[in-house]
Design a protein. Sequence first.
Length: 127
Amino acid sequence: MASSLVKQELPPKGGYPAIEYSRNLPKRGPSGLMIFIGGAAVMAFGFYHVIKGNRRRCELMTEKMNARIGILPLLQAEHDRKCLRALKENEELEAQIMKDVPGWKVGESVYHTDKWVTPIAVQVNKL
């Protein structure tokens, strides 16, 4: 058996070199912290403009309401004049229609009360 000595293969002295199995990719883009800080900054900027817009809208609504309150007496006076004009026309029309009815009083209230009752808005048709 001395003639059939088997030579065993061994690693080289110092061992085999390390096998590179990790991916060696270059670092790309901002870090997670920078993305978070940028998103927070954009949101803060947006919230600032939303709050500013809400305050401006509130000021405009207040101005609009004050203008309506200021013009309300004028509008009420116009409505009252229109109502009185319509009542006068209605009484003239009533007098013309009911002239042949004995005992009819033109303009007498149909309500059984002494309180003022705003008449229903009905257009007067001219004959």
